[in-house]
Write a protein that binds this ligand. Structure first.
Ligand code: NDP
Length: 253
C-alpha cells in the first residue's frame, strides 16, 4: 500500500506538553506536517516546539485548557492565524484519577468528565469546520481521538475514567457516520498501559502502587509507539480509514 507523507498537512495535537501528545506532535512534524501543540503548561510546550524546530519542523505552542470554552476558542483563533485551515486533529488531552466509587469524589469525577469528554467536544466544535472544509477541498482530513482500552476492560477504582473513555469510543463511532460521507476520517485509538506522566496525578499511594504493579507485571508501551501508530493511520491513502485501533503491550492480556 502506498504511503502519503504528511507534508502539506496542518495538525493540532491536544495534550502535547508530555507523554503521547508530545510524541505524536514530534512525529507528525518529522513527517512534514505543521503542528500546533495545545496544553496548559506553556513552558513545556515551548520546549517541545524548540525540539521540533531544531529538527527542521514547523510547530506552534498554544497554551490552552480544554476545560475552558474561551480558552479553546482562543487557541483555535491562534492556530488559524498562524497556519490557516487545520486538516488533522488529535484529541489526546486527558486525565486519569482513580478512586473507589465509595469515596464519592465528585470533584475528580467532574474533572475527568470535563477534560476527557467535554474537552474532546470543545476541541471538536472548534475544528469541525476546518476538517469538513479541508476534505471538501480534496485534502486528506483526520480526526484522531485517544480513548483507552479502559473503555472496554474494567478495573477496580477506574469506573469513572473508564466511563469517560467509553464515551469517547462511542462518540468516535458516531462521528464516523456524520463525517465519513464528507471524506473526513475518524480514528479511535485505544491504548493499553503506556509509560507517561498520566499516573503522576494519582493522589493516593495505593492508586500509584496499583499502576506500578501493572507496569512491573506487563511492561508498557512507549509514547513513541503511539506516535508511530498515529503517523501510520494518518498517512494512509485518503480513502482508507482505520476506524478503531487497540494497541497493547504484548503482555497486557
Ligand atoms: P500525560 O499526563 O503525559 O499527558 C496528558 C496531557 O494532557 C498533558 O500534555 C497535559 O498537559 C494535557 N492536559 C491535561 N489536562 C488538560 C487540560 N485541561 N487542557 C489541556 N491539556 C490538558 O499522559 P498520557 O500521554 O498518557 O495521556 C494522553 C492520553 O492518553 C489521555 O487521554 C489518556 O487518557 C490516554 N491514555 C493513556 C494511557 C496510558 O497508559 N498512559 C492508556 C490509555 C489512554 P498540561 O498538564 O500541561 O495541560
Amino acid at each position: 500500500m502506498s504511503y502519503d507523507d504528511l507534508s502539506g498537512r496542518t495538525a493540532v495535537v491536544t495534550g502535547a506538553a508530555s507523554g503521547i501528545g508530545e510524541a505524536v506532535a514530534v512525529r507528525l512534524a518529522a513527517e512534514g506536517a505543521r503542528v500546533a501543540l495545545l496544553a496548559r503548561r506553556a513552558d513545556r510546550l515551548e520546549t517541545v516546539v524548540a525540539k521540533i524546530r531544531a529538527a527542521g519542523g514547523a510547530a506552534l505552542a498554544v497554551a490552552a485548557d480544554v476545560t475552558d470554552d474561551a480558552s479553546v476558542q482562543g487557541a483555535a483563533d491562534a492556530v488559524h492565524e498562524a497556519f490557516g485551515t487545520v486538516d488533522l486533529v488529535v484529541n489526546n488531552a486527558g486525565v486519569m484519577l482513580p478512586h473507589p466509587v465509595d469515596d464519592g469524589r465528585l470533584d475528580e469525577w467532574q474533572r475527568m468528565i470535563d477534560t476527557n469528554v467535554t474537552g474532546v467536544l470543545r476541541v471538536l466544535r472548534a475544528f469541525t469546520g476546518d476538517l469538513v472544509a479541508a476534505a471538501a477541498q480534496g485534502r486528506t482530513a483526520d480526526l484522531v481521538n485517544v480513548s483507552s482500552i479502559g473503555a472496554h476492560l474494567v478495573f477496580p477504582t477506574y469506573a469513572v475514567y473508564g466511563a469517560t473513555k467509553a464515551a469517547v469510543t462511542q462518540l468516535s463511532q458516531a462521528l464516523r457516520a456524520e463525517f465519513g460521507p464528507r471524506d473526513v476520517r475518524v480514528t479511535n485509538v485505544e491504548p493499553g498501559l503506556t509509560e507517561t506522566e498520566l499516573a503522576d496525578h494519582i493522589g493516593s499511594a495505593e492508586g500509584r502502587a496499583q499502576v506500578d504493579g501493572m507496569l512491573a507485571e506487563m511492561g508498557s508501551l512507549a509514547a513513541a509507539d503511539l506516535a508511530d501508530l498515529v503517523g501510520y493511520v494518518t498517512s494512509r491513502p485518503r480513502h482508507v480509514n482505520l476506524s478503531q485501533v487497540v494497541v497493547l503491550p504484548t503482555r497486557q492480556a
